[in-house]
Design a protein around this ligand. Structure first.
Ligand code: URA
Length: 435
């Protein structure tokens, strides 16, 4: 293969054949293409784009760069959800056990935080003893026996994405719709799913800041997922405000358990129930979204998913006694203080970006790949748009590792909230369904 001439072709806007794309991914994964040439190709793709056939070929070649999970034949469909990431987005945690109780198998391969957005694996790492890295054989075994597993990608799954993502991160080529589509779907297709629901977020704390860009990404991913044989739908959801009332790794685990116990915030509940409902319709287990929502809600209220959660975390190594002791604590951070409103009115803004940045800077996220995470820091008791607050009411509570960072966080968090004298109605959380 003359890789230089392929870079030149793409630079000139020509179309690459599927076989050429397969050869590129195969050679790059095998270490036969230097990073500087692959970066040049990624930049050419960034500017020239890929058509549907090229994106499909790239996605499938990336999926096939490593192991694809294999499951025994079973009447329970294999399903998963992927979110493009946000602040307080803990949906995967209650959703996996709910889906298992609804008769699905859920091999939920998840990621770590990216930028200010939280990562499911970082949240789960806050559970004493919980293991997020499992060999492929154990993933399959747990999916078959427990019904759900939430863990990281094994070293041998989609190695091409790991290498390409690192180059994109260092070469300014992350925000390409086709490269994002191939990256996300190659990993989901390696789970061998029957159905997939994608939560594509837009807003100030999302990867896609505008609804129009989120729609483009959602359409591209839904079309490609379906073309590759996985029934795929996407929902567009608002990420200008954090999801739920808690953000930060351990605080989100706590709120997820509250959701499983019927006490979670309504927006989180809505997204968990709707994600499950779409998968019920996609797999033809329910005839309509309304019937599917009723089924998912009834299942959640039965308490079975709460028990399934304990079964799942114990199967993945958690110390249940230590977990329950931790759950009973009001805060696990060194200091926790309330941020109060200096006037009465209606919350008109609760800026998810500011809250995400504050949590990252408290140590709850990463500034570099090597940063260690403080699982206990975060923000909870968050007042949401549309809610009435009186003077001195709690806008949120910050959990910090020390007094000084706590003071800085409080000052910044005050800027995250705007209060209006006029009654405000909150924007709908789920704004569109695609696919
Ligand atoms: N998440 C991924 O896994 N890949 C991307 O390219 C962007 C977000």
């Amino acid at each position: 293969m003359n890789f230089l001439s392929l870079i030149e072709s793409k630079r000139e806007g020509k179309i690459l054949a599927p076989e050429q794309i397969q050869e590129i991914i195969h050679a790059f994964t095998a270490g036969k293409i230097p990073d500087y040439q692959m970066s040049a190709m990624l930049m050419a793709i960034f500017f020239r784009g890929l058509n549907t056939a090229e994106t499909t070929a790239l996605t499938l070649a990336m999926r096939d760069s490593g192991d694809v999970l294999k499951f025994p034949k079973d009447k329970r469909p294999l399903v998963d959800k992927h979110s493009t990431g946000g602040i307080g987005d803990k949906v995967s945690l209650p959703l996996a056990p709910l889906l298992a109780c609804l008769g699905f198998r859920v091999p939920m391969i998840s990621g770590r935080g990216l930028g200010i957005t939280g990562g499911t694996l970082d949240k789960l790492d806050s559970i004493p003893g919980f293991k997020t890295l499992l060999p492929a054989a154990q993933i399959t075994k747990l999916v078959q026996h427990v019904g759900c597993v939430i863990c990281g990608q094994t070293d041998t799954m989609v190695p091409a994405d790991k290498k390409i993502y690192a180059l994109r991160d260092a070469s300014g080529t992350v925000p390409s719709i086709q490269l994002i589509t191939a990256s996300i779907l190659s990993k989901k297709l390696a789970e061998n799913l029957d159905a997939l629901i994608l939560d594509v977020k837009f807003g100030c704390a999302a990867f896609m800041q505008t609804k129009a860009d989120a729609r483009k990404l959602a359409k591209a991913m839904a079309a490609l997922g379906n073309e590759c044989g996985t029934n795929t739908r996407a929902i567009l959801t608002d990420m200008n405000t954090p999801l739920g009332r808690a953000a930060g790794n351990w605080l989100e685990v706590k709120e997820s358990v509250e959701c499983l116990e019927g006490n979670g915030p309504l927006d989180l509940l809505e997204l968990v129930v709707d994600s499950a409902a779409h998968l019920l319709v996609q797999t033809k287990k329910s005839k309509s979204l309304a019937a599917a929502r009723a089924l998912a809600t009834e299942c959640l209220q039965s308490g079975a998913p709460r028990k399934k959660w304990d079964e799942m975390i114990v199967a993945q190594g958690a110390d249940l006694k230590a977990f329950n002791r931790k759950l009973a604590l009001d805060s696990t951070a060194k200091v926790a203080v309330e941020v109060k409103s200096d006037k009465a009115g209606y919350i008109s803004k609760c800026d998810a970006r500011i809250i995400g940045e504050v949590i990252r800077d408290l140590g709850g996220g990463r500034l570099t790949k090597e940063s260690a995470i403080n699982f206990d820091v975060g923000v909870d008791c968050i007042a949401k748009p549309g809610e009435r607050v009186e003077k001195s009411a709690i806008l949120c509570r910050v959990h910090a590792g020390d007094l000084e960072p706590m003071k800085v966080a409080v000052a910044r968090l005050k800027m995250a909230f705007e209060i209006s004298a006029r009654k405000i109605s909150a924007a709908p959380l789920i704004q569109e369904i695609i696919g």
